[in-house]
Design a protein around this ligand. Structure first.
Ligand code: AGP
Length: 501
C-alpha cells in the first residue's frame, strides 16, 4: 500500500519515505534500520546529503549522500558531519569523505561506514593541515578582508616545494598528467563557473601565446547542455575552489565520457570534483570562508601558470632560460603582492567616492578583459551595484550609450601591446563626461592625464601581472560594499558552494 502525504518542503519527502519504509519493515536491530533507510531512498533521483535521527535509535545518527558533498570529522571524543571542511575545522582535522551511496553511522563508539550494498567499508582518513585559526577572522572585520590580506601567503603556499628556479622545473606532489598524454594533446579546454571561470579565461591568453596550444574556457553550466566536440587529444582543466559545484562536476563527467583527460585545479582535498577527475593540482589557498572568492582566484591563476610551465617544459616548447625567467617571475609574486596591499587606504578613499553609484562599467582589452569580468563580478556580488564588464574595443558597438557623469568606468590598462588603444577608449569615455578609475603601471603620465583616479600596480611580467591586478579590484569591491553596509561575507541570495544546478 502506498501512503500519501502533503508537504511544501522537498526535504520532508525523505522523512516520509523513511517512515513509510519503517512502518512496513521488521526492524529488529540497528543494521536493519540502516538497510531500511537505504532501501527507502532508492527511488530518489537527484542529489542529496542527509542527516537522519530516529527516536527509536536515539544513540545514533545516520548520514547518507548521493551527489552532494558530505564529510565526517573524527574528533577524540566526538564525531561531526558537515558539507565542507571549514565548518568543522575548529573541532578536528581528521576527515573522512563519504562516497556516493555510502551511509555513515555515528555513535558514541565512533563511525562505521556502509556502502550502497550494505557492506561495511573503510574510507581513507585525511588529515587536513589547515590551521583552524586560519578559518577565523583573526581581528579583521570580515573574512573577505582577511582573505585578501592572506594572498601573499596563499601564493607562497601554492608555489612552495613546486618550483626549482635553477632547473626551471615544476614538481607536483600528486601524480600529474603523464608525458604521453601531454605530448598528444592538441587542445586545452577549461571549464568552470563564476570566479573560477574568470581564472580559466585569463589563462587562455598565456596558454595560446606561450604554449601555442589552442585553448578556450567555457562556463561549465553551458558546456554540459550542448554537444561539445572533444576527444582523447583534449586536455580538460576543471577549476573549482569548493570542488563541489554541480555544473562543473557534470561537465567533468561529460568530458570524461567523451574521452578527454580531466585535470582539476581545486582547493578542497578529496572533494567530489577531485575524485571525478583523472588528475588534480591543489591550490593551497587554505579555507576560504567569504562567499566572494579572492585568495582562491589568485591561487588558481598561480596553479594554471605552474601547469603551463610543466607542459611547456615537457613538450619542449620552453627552453631552460625561458623556464628560469618564468619561474623567477612567479617567485617574486608574494613580495610584490604584499607591497601592493599597502595601497589599501587610497583604494578605500576612491571606493567611498563611488559607493553610491547605481551602475559601473569595467573595461579592458586582451588579458585584462577577463580581469575586468572578475572585477565586475566582485563588485556586483557584494555591493549589489549593477556592474558590467566589456572588452574596451566593444564600447562603440553599443555600451558607450550608457556613459554619462553618473556611470563610473574602471579601466584596466597595464603592460600590454594594446595600451595605446585603451588610452583612446579612455578618451572616448572622458569626452562623454564619464568618470574614470584606472588600474595602471606606476608613473604612466598619459593615463594619469585622462583618468580621474589612478591605482598603480607594478609589473613583474605580463604573464603574472594578472595576479597582482586582482588585488586592487577585490579591495575596491570590498570597500564599496562596506560603505553601502551590505553583508560582505554572506551576500544575499548566494551560497559558497553551489551544489545544485
Ligand atoms: C565568486 O566570488 C563566487 N563565489 C562564485 O562565482 C564562485 O567562484 C563559483 O560559484 C564557482 O565556485 P567553485 O570555484 O567552488 O566551483
Amino acid at each position: 500500500m502506498c501512503s500519501q502525504f502533503q508537504s511544501e518542503t522537498d526535504t520532508e519527502i525523505f522523512a516520509h519515505l523513511i517512515q513509510n519504509a519503517l512502518d512496513k519493515a521488521t526492524v529488529n536491530s540497528e543494521c536493519d534500520f540502516i538497510a531500511v533507510v537505504q532501501e527507502a531512498l532508492l527511488p530518489i533521483e537527484g542529489n542529496y546529503a542527509l542527516g537522519i535521527l530516529n527516536v527509536q535509535y536515539p544513540d545514533q545518527l545516520l548520514f547518507i549522500r548521493q551527489g552532494s558533498p558530505l564529510i565526517i570529522g573524527l574528533g577524540d571524543d566526538a564525531c561531526f558531519a558537515a558539507s565542507d571542511i571549514p565548518a568543522i575545522l575548529s573541532y578536528t582535522r581528521r576527515m573522512l569523505v563519504l562516497e556516493d551511496g555510502d551511509i555513515a553511522q555515528l555513535t558514541r563508539k565512533g563511525v562505521l561506514v556502509y556502502n550502497s550494498n550494505g557492506d561495511e567499508v573503510q574510507r581513507p582518513i585525511s588529515t587536513i593541515s589547515w590551521d583552524p585559526i586560519r578559518a577565523e577572522k583573526g581581528g579583521y572585520p570580515h573574512f573577505m578582508l582577511k582573505e585578501i590580506h592572506e594572498q601573499p601567503r596563499a601564493i607562497s603556499d601554492t608555489l612552495a616545494g613546486r618550483l626549482s628556479s635553477e632547473q626551471g622545473r615544476v614538481y607536483f606532489e600528486t601524480a600529474f598528467v603523464p608525458d604521453d598524454i601531454i605530448l598528444n594533446i592538441d587542445r586545452v579546454l577549461i571549464i568552470a563557473c563564476g570566479t573560477s571561470f574568470h581564472a580559466g579565461l585569463t589563462s587562455c591568453y598565456d596558454y595560446e601565446r606561450i604554449l601555442g596550444i589552442p585553448t578556450s574556457a567555457e562556463f561549465a553550466s553551458e558546456f554540459r547542455y550542448r554537444n561539445p566536440i572533444l576527444n582523447d587529444k583534449t586536455l580538460v582543466i576543471a577549476i573549482s575552489q569548493s570542488g563541489e559545484t554541480a555544473d562543473t562536476l557534470a561537465a567533468v563527467d561529460l568530458a570524461k565520457q567523451k574521452g578527454a583527460t580531466v585535470l582539476s585545479v581545486c582547493n578542497m582535498i578529496e572533494s567530489t570534483i577531485v575524485r571525478a577527475s583523472d588528475y588534480v593540482i591543489y591550490t593551497h589557498a587554505g579555507p576560504e570562508i567569504s562567499v566572494a572568492s579572492t585568495k582562491a582566484f589568485v591561487t588558481q591563476l598561480v596553479s594554471l601558470q605552474l601547469i603551463l610551465l610543466y607542459i611547456g617544459k615537457n613538450r619542449g616548447i620552453l627552453r631552460k632560460k625561458e623556464l628560469q625567467t618564468l619561474t623567477q617571475d612567479l617567485l617574486h609574486l608574494p613580495t610584490v603582492a604584499s607591497n601592493l596591499l599597502s595601497s589599501e587606504q587610497q583604494i578605500q578613499h576612491i571606493a567611498r567616492r563611488y559607493a553610491y553609484a547605481q551602475n559601473m562599467l569595467y573595461l579592458g582589452r586582451d588579458i585584462h578583459y577577463p580581469l575586468a569580468m572578475e572585477g565586475a563580478l566582485k563588485l556586483k556580488e557584494i555591493s549589489y551595484i549593477h556592474a558590467e564588464a566589456y572588452p574596451a574595443g566593444e564600447m562603440k558597438h553599443g555600451p558607450i550609450a550608457l556613459i554619462d557623469k553618473d556611470v563610473p568606468v574602471f579601466f584596466i590598462i597595464h603592460a600590454s601591446s594594446v595600451r595605446e588603444k585603451v588610452i583612446a577608449n579612455m578618451e572616448e569615455i572622458k569626452a562623454r563626461d564619464g568618470k574614470i578609475i584606472a588600474l595602471t603601471l606606476p608613473q604612466d603620465e598619459e593615463v594619469k592625464r585622462v583618468a580621474d583616479h589612478v591605482i598603480e600596480v607594478p609589473s613583474i611580467s605580463p604573464h603574472v601581472d594578472s595576479i597582482l591586478l586582482s588585488i586592487p579590484l577585490q579591495l575596491f569591491a570590498y570597500y564599496v560594499a562596506v560603505h553601502r553596509g551590505t553583508d560582505v561575507d554572506q551576500p544575499r541570495n548566494l551560497a559558497k558552494s553551489v551544489t545544485v544546478e
